[in-house]
Design a protein around this ligand. Structure first.
Ligand code: ADP
Length: 608
């Protein structure tokens, strides 16, 4: 419930619309109540032609004065009153529902945007803890549950509550004794509703969890479909999906059982309550204290009351589902943004001197605890240097470079750019100075043009083309069916590996950031592609400060500084020649690998 209250700040800006909507509902409720009063003349004057009683019931006085405003005989007056009241009620409900729905949809849109912003502002650590499928399921299906509650159910809740209050007041106004008898149902109905609500909330929470698992499995098997097929694991994936779907089915059916039990039980309660009313009516009519018309009008109102009670009870149950989802959404919104700009953070205007790692240590934290991945890293890189990071897989190369754009924060020490701690810079300005080219090139399902211009959507066409030419991508782009406007498919699957890499290099050239982080591809492309990618990379690296996770001997040899990492420590650093002269780990490794031309990444054996 408290999670739902936390949605209030989203609702507050719409208070005006909500108030109008509520007023309209009150009017609609009034029209509805008056409609039930029309049962009185229908019974007494029209159907039964009962003579006027000396002491007219107050209901009769009220209804008569309403009818007398209309022309014609009693039957015509009744018909007109019925038409006018129904039309008035309809209009009020239409505008009220529309306004309420507008509020609901706006709230949900805002919630979605907030969630999206929040998720995108998380550090990379968050994404290793939260799988894509689960995040998407929270942002879509949980938000949909809340949307349903806020846009439709909230309108229903207001409408039915107003109506119920109006009807209760009305029945008490007509005959308080009859009304009190009818109210005997209230505690039982309330008790039932609360119990069912609690149970459905638990069931819903389980359902939402199951939807999340399902969406997680789906996301993985679809994005990894190549591997699924290559390993012939379709059946296995089918079984996994099947059991997750069955779990969802069970939790949904549990919720359905509770939900559908609600109406019949409420109905039974209402009928049980109706019996004493019959007895009461029988005696009072016999004593002549009530006319049949007044009794009919009260009964009609009581029957009318049953509908909002039933709906409210059902709504309560539906809201419990929304509470469960709201809780999951709030949990996501509550995740602390680990990496944020300090209050005094200033923008990095111009990178001009150096990047320094000063006694840096780093831990990864995950569900199983923390693990120290980098220890006491000291490294000074002058502007325009090319630094090659080498070391066996898992030695910490990727982690080290990911500290420069502040994808993670150090556990101890500091990363300094031109002498300023990166934590004292705004993330936006810092990252504007850094280009990243990874070996698993990520392209968006968008046009070639937009993929190249990703960092700068409004990029000048001339610069865009120059970037594509410098990365040797222009030629193959011109062969594509729509050239720069060709949509390249999810993750750029329509292109070859080399082509994808050249597009991502063009992207980095266009961004023109002074610092470059490069993760060299480990798998060899065919020699023509390889040559083009190499030439594109040397165009990209020109005049930039480059950190390259290097696998090619040619890159390593020509680097200004080679840093050898082992188990998170720098064990050697220097130029190719100086390291060979030293005769240490690098020299041993170099001799082993000279023939291959590559540094293996998967074998720890390369760095004993
Ligand atoms: P390299 O790039 O040299 O192969 P990494 O920097 O990727 O090495 O990894 C260094 C160590 O950190 C490895 O032991 C790896 O298992 C661990 N590691 C990498 N990424 C994460 C992560 N997101 N969460 C936890 N541990 C990680």
């Amino acid at each position: 419930m408290s999670d739902f209250y936390r949605l209030l700040p989203y609702v507050r800006p719409h208070t005006g619309k909500l108030t109008v909507s509520l007023l309209l509902l009150v009017l609609a409720g009034l029209a509805e109540v008056l409609t039930t009063g029309l049962a009185l003349p229908l019974f007494d004057s029209i159907l039964l032609k009962q003579p006027e009683q000396g002491n007219a019931h107050k209901l009769k006085v009220l209804v008569d004065s309403m009818m007398n405003l209309l022309p014609g005989n009693e039957l015509l007056q009744l018909s007109l009153a019925l038409l006018i009241l129904t039309a008035a009620k309809g209009l009020c409900l239409y505008f009220s529902n529309y306004k309420m729905s507008h509020v609901g949809q706006s709230v949900v849109m805002q919630l979605r945007n907030t969630l999206n912003r929040h998720v995108l502002s998380q550090s990379l650590g968050f994404f290793s803890l939260n799988s894509t499928g689960r995040l998407i399921s929270r942002m879509n299906s949980d938000v949909e549950q809340v949307q349903e509650a806020v846009s439709t159910s909230l309108a229903d809740l207001f409408r039915e509550s107003v109506l119920l209050v109006a009807l209760v007041a009305w029945v008490f106004y007509i005959d308080w004794m009859l009304a009190s008898l009818a109210m005997l149902i209230a505690p039982a109905a309330l008790g039932m509703t609360l119990t069912m609500g609690r149970r459905i909330r638990h069931a819903s929470l389980r359902s939402r969890e199951n939807v999340a698992s399902l969406s997680d499995l789906l996301q993985q098997s679809i994005s990894g479909v190549k591997i699924v097929k290559a390993f012939g694991m379709e059946r296995h994936e089918e079984t996994r999906f099947g059991s997750a779907a069955a779990a969802l089915f069970r939790s949904n059916m549990r919720a359905a059982r509770i939900l559908f039990l609600n109406s019949p039980v409420m109905e039974l309660l209402a009928v049980a309550c109706f019996i004493p009313l019959l007895y009461y009516a029988h005696s009072t009519i016999a004593e002549g204290r009530l006319t049949l018309g007044v009794y009919g009008a009260s009964l009609f109102s009581l029957f009318r009351m049953y509908d909002p009670i039933r709906k409210l009870s059902r709504l309560h149950v539906q809201f419990q589902r929304a509470f469960a989802s709201a809780g999951r959404i709030m949990e996501l919104l509550d995740t602390h943004v680990e990496i944020h700009d300090r209050a005094a953070a200033r923008p990095l205007e111009n990178f001009s001197r150096s990047i320094e790692f000063r006694d840096v240590s780093f831990d990864y934290r995950d569900a199983s605890g923390t693990s120290r991945v980098l220890r006491n890293i000291n490294l000074l890189v002058e502007r325009r240097m090319v630094v090659a990071l080498v070391g066996s897989s898992g030695s910490g190369k990727s982690t080290l470079v990911s500290l420069i754009p502040r994808f993670y924060d150090v556990a101890a020490g500091a990363v300094l750019i031109d002498g300023t701690d990166v934590r004292d810079l705004t993330q936006e300005s810092l990252r504007r100075h850094i280009s990243l080219v990874t070996q698993d090139t990520f392209l968006f399902n968008d046009t070639v043009r937009n993929n190249i211009a990703y960092g700068d959507i409004r990029a000048d066409e001339k610069l865009l083309r120059e970037a594509a030419e410098a990365s040797f991508a222009h030629e193959f782009i011109m062969q594509l069916p729509m050239r720069y406007e060709t949509v390249i498919g999810e993750r750029g699957q329509r292109l070859s590996g080399g082509e994808r890499q050249r597009i991502s290099i063009a992207r980095a050239i266009l961004k023109n950031a002074p610092i470059l982080i490069l993760d060299e591809a480990t798998s060899a492309l065919d020699s023509e592609s390889e040559r083009l990618v190499q030439r594109a990379l040397s165009n990209l690296m020109r005049d930039r400060t480059t950190f390259v996770i290097a696998h090619r001997l040619s890159t390593i040899r020509s680097a200004d500084l080679i840093v050898v990492l082992q188990a998170g420590r720098i064990v050697e650093a220097g130029t190719h020649e100086s390291l060979l002269d030293k005769g240490g780990l690098y020299d041993r490794f170099h001799r082993l690998q000279t023939q291959a031309g590559w540094l293996p990444v998967a074998e720890g054996a390369a760095f004993p």
